[in-house]
Every structure is written in C-alpha cells, then in structure tokens.
Ligand binder design. Structure first.
Ligand SMILES: [Fe+2]
Ligand SMILES: [Fe+2]
Length: 271
C-alpha cells in the first residue's frame, strides 16, 4: 500500500476528475492548470504559490484572483500534498522527503570524490553542491546553496559550494578542467557567462580555497550516471562528523538560514 501522503484524499481526487472531464479536448497545459487548481481548491486550507514560483510563467505585475476564498482559510502550515516531515527534521529527511530525484547527482558526485580519496570537507561540498537545485531555487544555485548550509558546515565547504557556480564556466587546463560539453548543449555554443560570474571567478582564482571549489567542479562533470544508485547512508558517518545537525531540527533552530529550511518544509504557506 502506498503511504497516505502520496494519494490525495477522495475529495481532492473527485475535484481532479471533475476538472479533467470539464476540460476534455483542451490543450494539455490548460488542462493540467485546471486540474491543479481544482485539487488545490478542494483542500481544506488554501495553499498559495509565492511570486517566485510562478514568475515567468506569469507576469508577476498582472492582476490575479485573490488567494482568499470566502468560507475557507489560507494554509499556514505544512502542505498536505507533500510528505509530512518529522518534528525535528534532519538533512536526511530533506533528502528523502523534499529533494528531487536528481539528488542522485549530488550523491554520485560525493561518492566519486570519496573514491578519489579527497578530504571529508571536499566530499561534503560535493554532496551538497547543488542542494539548491534539488530542493530550493535553481537560478544562482551555488549562492543559495552555500547560504542554506553555511551555519552547519565548515566555512571552506560553504565557500566551495558558493564558488563552484562561477568556476563551472571557466576552464582550468592545469588541472584538466574544460568548459563542460553539456553546457554547449544546454545553453548553446554562443553562451557567455555574465560579467558578474567572471568577476566572481577572478576573485575565486586568487583565493586560498580556489582548489576546493575547483574540486567540486571536477567531481561534478562526471557525476551523471543513470545506472548507479548511491544511498545517502554511505555518508552518514561523514555527515555526523562534518554537518552540525541542530538538535531542534533544521528549520526549528535560530540560524541565519533556518527560515530557508522552513520554507522548503512548507513552501505554500500564505506567510
Ligand atoms: Fe552546480
Ligand atoms: Fe552539479
């Protein structure tokens, strides 16, 4: 039997079926929107998407219907369509219940660094380097990711995560790092990183921890193997030694990034 959280309750399913029926023959996008809207409306409490979640698909300055629906209350706690988090969430809980399947990229990258005999700091930086991509915000992911974990890891680990973002775009022939082929495919052959990225690259190049961030990019490149599954358990001891898990749980502590973890736990709260 599937866990309860993965199957919407009867009212939500009924609303989804009704919306699917009512929109038969319409374009797939419009149908998906209508179904999603109907499911959200069928929840007891109304979930709300932040501006950032929809900006681009929608013009954030355009007038939209108010989230408040008379007779209903706005969601101010966890999103019932997501897996419930324990009272004191650990990093492992976030990996299991909130991160995208592409977290495998993080695990493979860390496993590769470990096999190469790199230091625990570098393995940890690899394990967390794209944490923002898999669980938070993709644009500027190195900066967001570093900020998210900064209170809980060694300064050098956060630094390496922050600067891997810029370093990914700039080759270093001395250590055999080339501009990723994948980026040519993803961004086109004409793509050039912004001036800001170049400035951050220059800054990183002169820094004493340059090689730490460079190592992240070197273990990043080859870490996309669909046939390999690495479990987080492989890094339990390493995390125990190098990740300062707060005893109250991530998000319940008072660190400068606790609120970011709370937003990942409950991303559709009105406030
Ligand atoms: Fe990255
Ligand atoms: Fe990566």
């Amino acid at each position: 039997m599937k866990p309860e959280h993965t199957s919407p309750d009867a009212a939500i399913r009924k609303a989804a079926d009704a919306a699917a029926l009512a929109t038969q023959g319409q374009p797939a996008d419009a149908r998906a929107d209508a179904i999603e809207h109907a499911m959200a409306a069928a929840l007891e409490k109304v979930p709300v998407k932040s501006t950032l979640y929809t900006s681009g698909d929608e013009d954030p300055t355009a007038l939209k219907p108010r989230a408040y629906v008379p007779g209903k209350v706005l969601l101010m706690d966890e999103e019932p369509r997501l897996a419930p988090m324990p009272e004191k969430p650990t990093l492992a809980d976030f990996f299991e219940k909130r991160f995208r399947p592409s977290k495998q990229h993080l695990l493979q990258s860390a496993a590769l660094a470990m096999r190469s005999g790199l230091s625990e700091k570098i393995v940890l930086a690899c394990l967390l380097h794209d944490i923002a991509v898999v669980g938070f915000i993709q644009a500027d992911h190195g900066y967001w990711g570093a900020q998210l974990v900064e209170p809980y890891v060694d300064e050098e680990v956060a630094w390496a995560i922050r600067y891997h973002q810029a370093l990914r775009f700039f080759p270093d022939p001395e250590v055999g790092y080339e501009y990723p082929e994948l980026y040519v495919k993803y961004f086109g052959a004409d793509y050039r990183p912004s001036e800001l990225m170049r400035q951050d690259y220059e800054r990183a190049r002169k820094h004493k921890w340059y090689m730490s961030a460079r190592q992240v990019t070197m273990n990043d490149l080859y870490a996309f193997d669909a046939d390999t599954v690495i479990e987080l358990e492989q890094f339990t001891d390493l995390l125990g030694r190098n990740f300062r898990q707060p005893k109250e749980g991530l998000g319940n502590d008072h660190s400068p990034s606790a609120h970011m973890w709370r937003t990942i736990i409950a991303p559709t709260r009105f406030l």
